[in-house]
Design a protein around this ligand. Structure first.
Ligand code: KG4
Ligand code: ZN
Length: 338
């Protein structure tokens, strides 16, 4: 059978990305242009993000076509993430996708960005089949989601305030470690003692699968305020390792507890925080009794990228679930079918 290629577009936050994938999850190109301009501001500046998407998106497409050696005329569908995210950023990708789909005369497929993170796991494991439990952890989301099938799922746990990635970012900001905070904390913590200081693990209650991370940030702020600069300098690795331990322990505990209670033997971890090395280690360590199959995306596919948007679009493409050209983008949070 002839290969059917999907060109996928991601522009929900500060990464402009275009990928080409086929319906067997084979990836031909995944170009990511990360907007470093936000680093100076300690977080993403929405208007700057939209303008950089607008500037870079067609270059990303040209590079994806070049790298894949696939022509635009060979593309069978255009997939785009339409929510959640920064609305100005999403509108750039969505408009670009519509223009492309219309001019090529091919179908348009709308994708929820968080579902994209989950389906990034199918690129490395195309045979992965639901049911599974997904822990979706990114800069804006912390959701525990039980999938009955690829299209039928329910959120069984959620954050009541900050997301896990947001906690990493805010703690890094307190310690002047730059943005995003996750990768640098992950690296420094490798040389630190996770039990150096006991930071609080909020909502550590049996049969409760919600999360809260804003208290941890406050606790780190208060702890830092009480220490001398010399002490912080000397114990920076220990402090970040202890804060990371607090975030990771509660994520692992609740995921394994839910899977154990409901006898779920397949766990998928997804989103930017799934790149965290301590989380990967701790999740496997906590799985000794349950013996579930635990999947993490390849590191390159943990953070925002268009390959995952293409992967999430495959089922819709095969089922002919296409969007109309009046498709809109929206910023509403959460994993959902769109
Ligand atoms: O999924 P993502 O790229 O964007 C959103 O959809 O939000 O996630 C970005 C988040 C940031 O908060 C970043 O600090 C976090 O993922 N992150 C990490 C690591 N790499 C990225 N957090 C912990 N450890 C990491 N290695
Ligand atoms: Zn994301």
């Amino acid at each position: 059978m002839k290969n059917e290629y999907i060109l996928a577009i991601e522009s929900s936050c500060d990464d402009t990305s275009i990928a080409i994938i086929d319906t067997n999850y084979k990836l031909y190109a995944n170009i990511i242009s990360s907007q470093l301009a936000h680093n100076d501001f300690g977080g993403v500046v929405p208007e700057l993000a939209s303008r950089l998407h607008l500037k870079n998106i067609s270059y990303c497409m040209d590079m994806a076509l070049q790298e894949s050696q696939i022509n635009l005329e060979e593309i069978s569908a255009i997939a785009v993430s339409i929510n959640p995210g920064l609305i100005g950023s999403l509108l750039v990708g969505t408009s670009f996708a519509k223009g492309l789909a219309w001019s090529l005369g091919v179908p348009l497929i709308s994708v929820n960005h968080m579902l994209g993170h989950v389906f990034a796991n199918k690129i490395a494991n195309p045979d992965l089949q639901a049911p599974w439990l997904a822990l979706v952890i990114s800069g804006g989301h912390t959701e525990l989601v039980e999938f009955e099938s690829e299209s039928k799922f329910q959120i069984v746990g959620n954050t009541v305030d900050d997301a896990a990635g947001e906690a990493f970012d805010k703690i890094a900001k307190i310690l002047n470690l730059g943005y995003p905070g996750g990768p640098v904390i992950d690296k420094l913590a490798k040389e630190g003692d996770p039990n150096f200081h006991k930071f609080p693990q909020a909502m550590n209650i049996k049969d409760n699968y919600n999360f809260s991370f804003s208290g941890l940030k406050t606790s780190v702020l208060q702890y830092i305020g009480k220490q001398s600069d010399e002490f912080i300098q000397l114990h920076l690795n220990d402090i970040v390792a202890s804060a990371q331990h607090a975030i990771v322990s509660i994520l692992v505990k609740k995921t394994i507890a839910y899977a154990t209670k409901n006898n779920i033997k397949k766990i998928i971890v997804a989103g930017g925080v799934s790149a965290n090395s301590y989380l990967r280690e701790q999740m496997q360590a906590a799985n000794k009794k349950l013996k579930a199959d635990i999947y993490f995306p390849p590191i390159k596919l943990c953070m925002d990228n268009a390959a995952m948007i293409g992967a999430a679009a495959i089922r819709k493409y095969l089922n002919k679930e296409f969007a109309k050209l009046d498709l809109n983008a929206f910023s509403t949070k959460g994993i959902k079918e769109v």
